[in-house]
Design a protein. Structure first.
Length: 195
């Protein structure tokens, strides 16, 4: 207390200052390189590695795509025109101005730009087959980022119905790999929610 060492028997007095230090560490991400695949006056397009979020959120402040680009690659004031989930790798567009970011957002809402994911699933699926999945997704535990989904709103627990959101994705099989018994599938999300 007040710079003096204390013993367990010490009684705290008025004017004593108690200092509690805690070191916070940020969640690490893979050190895969970030590749700029296109840049012009309006946009910077990058190939985002897996494991890092697009922008600061939760326990991530510096280990994010936008912060690594700012601190290590010299890009400042970029605006994510869309995002990908932390675990997902793929192409991310950054706008250089608010006007360009808004143009990009409008193109997504008008369905002129669409996200397409490639996923590898276990087992053999009929090639060229189209499937769709419509669910209601809801958060079970916000702190742990745990979600669940049900096919109908009636199946969602009563206390979660107010926060349940529809999630709709279409799938098309592309190829089958016999050696790994996996099928490559194109995923077309309509709602943009984790699904």
């Amino acid at each position: 207390m007040n710079g003096k060492k204390t013993t367990p028997e010490y009684n705290i007095k008025n004017g004593d200052v108690i200092l509690h230090l805690k070191q916070r560490t940020e969640t690490p991400v893979f050190s895969y390189p970030i590749k700029v695949i296109h840049e012009d006056d309006a946009l910077v397009v990058v190939d985002k590695p897996p494991s890092m979020p697009v922008h600061p959120c939760g326990n991530f402040k510096y280990n994010t795509l936008s912060e690594i680009m700012r601190l290590e690659m010299g890009y400042s004031d970029l605006k994510p025109a869309h995002r990908l989930d932390r675990q997902t790798s793929g192409i991310v567009f950054f706008a250089k101005t608010n006007i360009e970011a808004e143009k990009f957002r409008i193109r997504f809402t008008e369905d002129k730009n669409r996200k397409v994911y490639l996923a590898r699933v276990k087992g053999k699926m009929e090639l060229g087959k189209k499937l769709e999945r419509k669910d209601y997704i809801y958060c079970v535990a916000f702190k742990d980022n745990i979600y669940d989904s049900k096919v109908t709103l009636e199946e969602v627990p009563e206390d979660k119905k107010a926060i349940a959101k529809d999630a709709w994705t279409e799938f098309k099989t592309v190829s089958y790999d016999e050696a790994t018994n996996t099928t490559l599938v194109k995923c077309y999300p309509h709602t943009g929610r984790s699904h």
